[in-house]
Design a protein around this ligand. Structure first.
Ligand code: GAR
Length: 192
């Protein structure tokens, strides 16, 4: 049987992309990363995808006439590659109807807080500044809202008194890199 094809969307460093790739190599994740989509041509993750020979669709939103136009191109690529699941891993844009409708219930996101606390940008900084004693990681289905879709998995991370913002980021990302591949595997094996 051929492996489930997934696409990873990322705009940053790509440490979660790395974790997904590693999990696919080691067998923790029974899927093929058949496409990396990025809206940031100079992002580190784009370089990593090229090194790993992951096929890419890299675009610059400036070259398009708005979200509908670039999402139409993304959908075309996803369909061409027969992608079944879209995995957002630091893709910092709201998903619009053009992409959401054909992939409804098949787009998941990871967010570095215990949603519904601290949605949106810089969740780790928001939690740190708020002085919470517990934050964590949420994996959820994507809907039209900002980090509002149905929650699939969460894991708490303690914020110790002597932690810096960077320490908290490291602790959260360590959880992300284990929890995301495991959760993706559960979802795709249930075919939900
Ligand atoms: C991750 O921590 C992810 O949770 C966060 O972006 C980071 C990407 O890091 N996503 C969001 O904040 C989404 N709202 P990475 O490029 O090293 O994987």
């Amino acid at each position: 049987m051929s492996k489930t094809k997934i696409a990873v969307f990322a705009s940053g460093t790509g440490s979660n992309y790395d974790a997904v790739i590693e999990a696919a190599k080691s067998g923790v994740l029974d899927a093929e990363v058949a496409l990396l989509v990025s809206d940031k041509p100079n992002a580190k993750v784009v370089e990593k995808a090229k090194q790993n020979q992951t096929p890419t669709f890299i675009f610059d939103p400036k070259n398009y006439d708005g979200k509908d136009a670039f999402e139409a191109d993304i959908v075309e690529k996803l369909q061409e590659k027969e992608i079944e699941w879209v995995i957002l891993a630091g893709y910092m844009r709201l998903i619009g109807d053009t992409l959401l409708k054909p992939f409804e219930g098949r787009i998941i996101n990871i967010h570095p807080s215990l949603l519904p606390a601290f949605p949106g940008l810089d969740a780790i900084g928001q939690a740190f500044d708020a002085g919470v004693k517990v934050s964590g990681v949420t994996i959820h289905y994507v809907d039209e809202g900002m980090d509002t879709g149905k929650i699939i998995a969460q894991e708490a991370v303690q914020v110790e008194d002597d932690m810096t913002r960077e320490d908290l980021q490291k602790a959260i990302q360590k959880v992300e890199h284990r929890l995301y591949p495991e959760t993706i595997q559960q979802i795709i094996s249930r075919g939900e």
